[in-house]
Design a protein around this ligand. Structure first.
Ligand code: NAD
Length: 256
């Protein structure tokens, strides 16, 4: 998705990507920038965040990194305020941040549960609370949440807290969609299957291939595979779509 000639699909648009430094979020940040958006990358990983911004700049795009732990209200609200101060508006939010530490329910502590809920679900509350008033003033906003097939469609042992958080995001999408439609704000989600990302490599090893045999397309997903449908939902091509999710899994969840 690297390019030196920028596309024009998002020219003059400002986009915020949470967890935008690497993995799927890195792919979304690069793809939005490659289509002309000014991208604000929010992440806790300063090294990866600045590397992504540098990579975007090298390819002729515009991006800024803001350190923010979006599971914390002050960080989330502070980062959105900084983005608005810099660019004057926010047209697109990709609320992508998420963690998937595996622990079986028998061994799960309240701290395990809270950590996943705070990063995956409560962060969406903080970020949306900060961004929706900005979008209401503009009477324009496109929001795309990265949820998962895990929870809404399927389950993986050791990820019941994660599944609950992603099911929660899917519910949030519908609730916000019906409340904000009249304000020019659309909210949708993507449900990735198994994507070979930095997070997956770090947690499960470089050779990770779990579930590969069940994927009709015969390969794991890439961040670019997810970024394509995210950009569609963030664009005016999807202007009459709100409250829905797109499954992006190479056909994994249709296998009986
Ligand atoms: P990743 O670990 O590769 O990237 C996640 C990014 O989020 C990292 O840059 C990390 O530093 C950042 N981050 C983590 N906690 C943060 C916090 N509190 N505040 C700000 N930034 C934070 O992960 P990924 O695999 O790219 O996953 C991205 C999203 O996609 C997550 O929501 C995940 O649940 C979802 N997802 C991933 C897969 C998969 O197979 N990889 C499948 C379905 C859904």
């Amino acid at each position: 998705m690297d390019t030196t000639t920028l596309g024009t699909r998002f020219t003059s648009k400002v986009a915020v990507v949470t967890g935008g430094a690497k993995g799927i979020g890195g792919g979304i940040s690069r793809a939005l920038a490659a289509e002309g958006a000014k991208v604000v990358v929010l992440d806790i990983d300063d090294k990866a965040g600045t590397a992504t911004v540098r990579r975007i700049s090298r390819n002729g795009g515009a991006a800024t990194f803001i350190h923010a732990d979006v599971s914390k209200k002050t960080d989330a609200h502070g980062a959105i305020a900084k983005a608005v101060k810099k660019y004057g508006r926010i047209d697109i939010l990709c609320q992508n941040v998420g963690i998937y530490p595996r622990v079986f329910f028998d061994d799960m502590t309240e701290a395990d549960w809270d950590r996943v809920m705070n990063v995956n679900l409560k962060s969406a509350f903080f970020v949306l609370k900060a961004i929706i008033p900005v979008m209401q003033k503009q009477k324009y906003g496109r929001i795309v949440l990265t949820t998962s097939v895990t929870g809404p469609r399927t389950a993986i042992p050791g990820l019941s807290h994660y599944a609950a958080s992603k099911g929660g995001l899917n519910g949030l999408i519908k609730g916000i969609a019906i409340e904000q439609a009249k304000n020019g704000i659309a909210i949708n989600g993507v449900e990735p299957g198994t994507v070979y990302t930095d997070g997956v490599k770090a947690q499960f090893g470089e050779g990770f291939s779990e579930g590969l045999g069940r994927i009709p397309m015969g390969r794991l997903g890439t961040p670019e595979d997810i970024a394509g449908p995210v950009l569609f939902l963030a664009s005016d091509d999807a202007k009459y779509v709100t409250g829905h999710t797109i499954i992006i899994d190479g056909g994994q969840t249709i296998v009986e």
